[in-house]
Design a protein around this ligand. Structure first.
Ligand code: FEO
Length: 406
């Protein structure tokens, strides 16, 4: 049976939820599932904005059939040609062969790469930045938004009801819970952290492109922002826009410290526990400590975007950096995270090399500010290093307090 919700009198949300998928893109854990949003515009001409993942095809096709009420489909606008959104184009083509597939040059190129066995070239409607399409009452304008999150991405603005269909932008991990709009739920509680983890890990590398897209979108009078994942924004746009401005410019949301550590037998972990207790004694609140062997890097990355300071602590492993810390640093490089203050603690029982590997890594990073001489311990934290740890806690605490007072 169909399951559709009214966005407005003439626009429906026809997307679906997936709570079974373990990992988004086979990488990022989804403890609360994910929604794949799709929208149907009912006018003189009918149009769908984006499709959904193949895992929910059956429900999705029922939703389309219901929304059309026996009419034909005139347009399928593809804002994003990634399989979580484009997986049903071929299915739609089988059922509604007369539709026009609306996309830019790259959209159509990617369609052919993903679906080489299906020739829809006769259905193509190629659009350029700023092109418009009238459905009757509804008028669509297409705006290229490359790298938010792939190069073919575009936003579609509907000017009669003032709706920005924003592709992946302003979306979140987490399935929908029945409530379609952000003002019908406790967004901060349900999606606050997950929307950050979604943005930072999926689009985090493309801050400058996101900034550009935000600037372009600000030319439009926007009543509603309809993303491809998660609930729709019809009020309080500034909440999400402000967060996007911070994330895309790599500006910390909060002065505070994240402490990711890698520890084989618990000695580095114990040293970190001593350090964070001293930070707390210095008045630092809301400290975030993560064992990077246990916590998926996407959660740590999200907090590194959120906070201003990071202390990395890791042991040596076969003369190299402990692999799970190495994986976190790799991920940071991939995402091009910058503009944070940091300190380093290395450990090793013989030939301790972790400190050197981390120092070498940060020499290659942009705009990371080192706060203190790296500390190296040889297995357990002892009285010999207590003063160094106390001094490090004071240095980091003073720096955080100075940021807070700015
Ligand atoms: Fe939701 Fe970039 O795909």
């Amino acid at each position: 049976m169909e399951n559709v919700q009214q966005l407005t009198k003439t626009i429906q949300s026809i997307g679906c939820n997936d709570r079974r998928l373990e990992r988004f893109e086979n990488l990022y854990p989804l403890p609360n599932g994910i929604s794949y949003n799709s929208y149907f515009i009912d006018d003189e001409k009918t149009a769908i904005i984006d499709t959904v993942d193949s895992s929910v095809t059956l429900q999705y096709l029922e939703n389309i059939k219901f929304a059309l009420h026996g009419r034909d489909l005139d347009y399928l606008v593809v804002n994003h040609m990634e399989p979580d959104h484009c997986a049903n184009i071929v299915e739609i083509a089988k059922l509604y062969p007369n539709f026009k597939l609306v996309g830019n040059k790259k959209t159509l190129q990617f369609f052919e790469q993903f679906y080489p066995e299906t020739d829809l070239s006769a259905n193509y409607m190629l659009v350029k930045n700023g092109a418009t399409l009238s459905l009757g009452q509804h008028q669509l304008t297409f705006m290229l938004a490359p790298m938010v999150h792939w190069p073919e991405v575009m936003f579609t603005y509907e000017s009669t009801e003032k709706i920005l269909f924003s592709a992946d932008a302003f979306g979140t991990f987490g399935a929908m819970n029945g409530n379609l709009f952000t003002d019908e739920l406790d967004y901060e509680q349900l999606y606050g952290d997950e929307s950050r983890r979604y943005y930072t890990n999926i689009v985090g590398k493309y801050g400058p492109q996101v900034t550009k897209a935000l600037k372009k979108a600000s030319d439009f009078d926007i009543a509603m922002i309809a993303p491809l994942h998660g609930p729709v924004w019809r009020t309080n746009h500034n909440y999400i826009l402000d967060r996007y401005k911070a994330w895309s410019s790599y500006t910390p949301e909060k002065s505070g410290v994240v402490v990711p550590y890698a520890s084989a037998y618990g000695n580095t972990a114990s040293a970190v526990d001593y350090l964070v207790a001293q930070l707390s004694a210095q008045g630092i609140q809301d400290i975030r400590v993560y064992d990077v062997s246990k916590t998926h890097p996407s959660y740590v990355i999200a907090d590194i975007f959120k906070y201003s300071h990071v202390i990395f602590a890791a042991s040596t492993y076969n003369l190299a950096l402990y692999p799970s810390m190495s994986a976190l640093l790799d991920e940071m490089t991939i995402l091009d995270i910058k503009d944070r203050k940091y300190a380093l603690i290395g450990n090793g029982s013989w030939a301790p090399m972790a400190t050197k590997h981390m120092v070498d890594f940060f020499e290659t990073q942009k705009n990371w500010t080192n706060l203190a001489e790296p500390i190296t311990i040889t297995t357990a934290l002892t009285k010999e290093h207590q003063a160094e740890f106390d001094a490090l806690a004071k240095t980091v605490a003073d720096s955080i307090k100075a940021e807070t007072e700015k």
